[in-house]
Design a protein around this ligand. Structure first.
Ligand code: NAD
Length: 426
C-alpha cells in the first residue's frame, strides 16, 4: 500500500495518529474503541526545583503521559533530552501501548521525561534532578500502576535513584514489595540479566527472521547504524557476532565510516572513555550525515531519535532493510518513499520491543523473588519476538499491507477484543 505525501512534518504525535488512522481504516476498527484509543488517558506535567552544585536553584519541567492501561499497568521509559515536550511524550506513550499489545505482554503504554540537556549537569546534580522528579510524580507511578524504565540519556543508575526515592516515600513494611516500580535497574538492585542488551537483542532477533525469510546470509551482511547508545551499540555488537560488517555510524557528535569495517566493541570502548561519544575515533574517517544515509549497505538501523527517515533522507538510503531500533524514526513521507523504493522495513513497535519484553521479565522476577539466568531470559525473549514477527508477517501477507500497518492491525485487534469483552463502565 503506497500512501500519498502528507506534506506534514514535525509533530511526532501527528505521525502516530496518522499511522493509527491508516490501520484503523484498513481493519475497520470499532468506532467507539477508536475514539478511546485515539486519546491519552492521563497527562501529568510537573515543574520542580532542584538545587545545583553552586547553590543556585533551577526549575525543571517533567512529563509522564499514560496512554492506555486496558492490558495491564502503564509501562514506558523516561527520557532526559532538550527536545522532550508533551507532543513527543504523548507519541512515545502511545507507541508503548501498541508494543505491549503486539508482543502479548500484560502492560499498557506510558512514557515520560524531563526537558533538559543532561550533559550540562554533574552526576550529583543528575541524581538530584532524578530524585526530585520521582518525588514530584508521587503516586502517579507505582509497581502495579505505572512502571518507568530507561530511554534516551537515562540508564540503570538513574533507575536505581528513582527506585530508592520511591521506596523512601513508602511505609517501611511496604518497601520490599515495591522494587518492581522501575525496570532496567542495576542487577544488584533487582535488575534482570539481559535487560541491558534486550532492545538490541530484540532488534537482532527480528533481523535474523528477516534474513531467514530472504535466504540472506548475515555473515556477509553490511550495515550502518544511527545512534550508538544502548540500542545502537548493542545491535552493532550482536550483529558482529553473526559476522556482519559495520560500515558507518552516527551519534550526536557526528558520523564516521570505514569501508573495511568498524569494530563495534572497539568503538564502544573508545566511546566509553569519551563521554559516550564516537567523535575522534581513530579507526574511521569523519563523514557528514548525508554520506551516512547514502552509504551502500544491506541494513540500516536507526537507533537515535524520531523523524530521521523523511521525504529528504529516505531517497538517499541505499539499503535492502531498515530495522527501526529507535521509536518513530520514520515519518509518514519517509514510509511512503521506502515503500515506493521497495526497501523492507521492520517497524519500531516490533523491532525494538525486546526492551519492554525483558522489562516485563524483570518485573515478574521481582514479584516472584526469582532470578533467571541469561539463557532463560534470552530464550523467552526470542520466543516472544519470533512469535510477534510471524504474526506481523502473516497479517502483512494476508491483508497485502506494509509491515507497519500489519503490526498496528495485530496490536489494535488485541485491544479491540479486550474492550469488547469487558465493555465500558458503568
Ligand atoms: P541512548 O541515550 O542510550 O542513545 C541515544 C544515541 O543517539 C546516542 O548515541 C546519541 O549520541 C545519539 N543521538 C542523539 N541525537 C542524535 C542525532 N541528532 N543524530 C544522531 N544520533 C543522535 O538511548 P537509547 O536507549 O539507545 O534509545 C535510542 C532509541 O531507541 C530511542 O528512540 C528510544 O526511544 C528507543 N528505544 C530504547 C529502548 C531502551 O531499552 N533503551 C527500548 C526501545 C526503544
Amino acid at each position: 500500500m503506497v500512501e500519498p505525501q502528507t506534506g506534514r512534518r514535525g509533530s511526532v504525535y501527528d505521525n502516530v495518529v496518522w499511522q493509527f488512522n491508516r490501520a484503523s481504516d484498513l481493519m475497520g476498527l470499532d468506532s467507539d474503541i477508536r475514539k478511546i484509543l485515539s486519546k491519552t488517558t492521563n497527562e501529568i506535567v510537573v515543574h520542580f526545583p532542584v538545587k545545583m552544585d553552586d547553590g543556585r536553584i533551577e526549575v525543571f519541567t517533567g512529563y509522564r503521559v499514560q496512554h492506555n492501561n486496558a492490558l495491564g499497568p502503564y509501562k514506558g521509559g523516561l527520557r532526559f533530552h532538550p527536545a522532550v515536550d508533551i507532543d513527543e511524550v504523548r507519541a512515545l506513550a502511545t507507541w508503548m501501548t501498541w508494543k505491549g499489545a503486539l508482543t502479548d505482554i500484560p502492560f499498557g503504554g506510558a512514557k515520560g521525561g524531563i526537558q533538559c540537556d543532561p550533559f550540562k549537569y554533574s552526576q550529583n546534580e543528575l541524581e538530584h534532578i532524578s530524585r526530585r522528579f520521582t518525588f514530584a510524580l508521587g503516586n502517579n507511578i507505582g509497581p502495579e500502576y505505572d512502571i518507568p524504565a530507561p530511554d534516551v540519556n537515562t540508564n540503570a543508575q538513574i533507575m536505581a535513584w528513582i527506585l530508592d526515592t520511591y521506596l523512601s516515600t513508602m511505609p517501611p513494611h511496604e518497601r520490599q514489595a515495591c522494587i518492581h516500580v522501575v525496570t532496567g535497574k542495576p542487577i544488584e538492585s533487582g535488575g534482570s540479566v539481559g535487560r541491558d542488551k534486550a532492545t538490541g537483542q530484540g532488534v537482532v532477533y527480528t533481523i535474523e527472521e528477516w534474513a531467514k525469510d530472504k535466504k540472506f546470509d548475515l555473515g556477509k551482511a553490511t550495515y550502518t547504524v544511527q545512534g550508538f547508545g544502548n540500542v545502537g551499540s548493542w545491535t552493532a555488537v550482536l550483529l558482529k557476532r553473526h559476522g556482519s560488517k559495520l560500515l558507518a555510524v552516527e551519534d550526536a557528535s557526528g558520523a564516521l565510516a570505514n569501508p573495511q569495517g568498524i569494530d563495534p566493541e572497539d568503538l564502544l570502548s573508545y566511546a566509553q572513555k569519551n563521554n559516550g561519544l564516537i567523535q575522534g575515533y581513530p579507526q574511521a574517517k569523519a563523514i557528514d550525515r548525508k554520506t551516512l544515509f547514502k552509504t551502500q549497505a544491506d541494513i540500516f538501523v536507526p537507533a537515535a531519535l524520531e523523524n530521521q527517515i523523511t521525504a529528504e533522507t529516505a531517497p538517499l538510503l541505499n539499503v535492502k532493510l531498515v530495522a527501526e531500533g529507535a521509536n518513530g524514526p520514520t515519518d509518514p513521507d519517509g514510509d511512503r518513499v521506502l515503500q515506493q523504493r521497495g526497501i523492507d522495513l521492520i517497524p519500531d513497535i516490533l523491532c525494538n520491543a525486546g526492551g519492554v519484553v525483558v522489562s516485563y521479565f524483570e518485573w515478574l522476577q521481582n514479584k516472584r523473588s526469582e532470578f533467571w539466568d541469561l539463557e532463560e531470559v534470552d530464550t523467552k525473549l526470542h520466543r516472544k519476538i519470533v512469535s510477534a514477527y510471524a504474526r506481523v508477517r502473516e497479517t502483512a501477507a494476508k491483508q497485502k499491507v506494509d509491515w507497519r500497518t500489519a503490526a498496528y492491525v495485530e496490536a489494535l485487534s488485541r485491544l479491540e477484543t479486550v474492550y469488547k469483552e469487558r465493555g465500558i463502565f458503568p
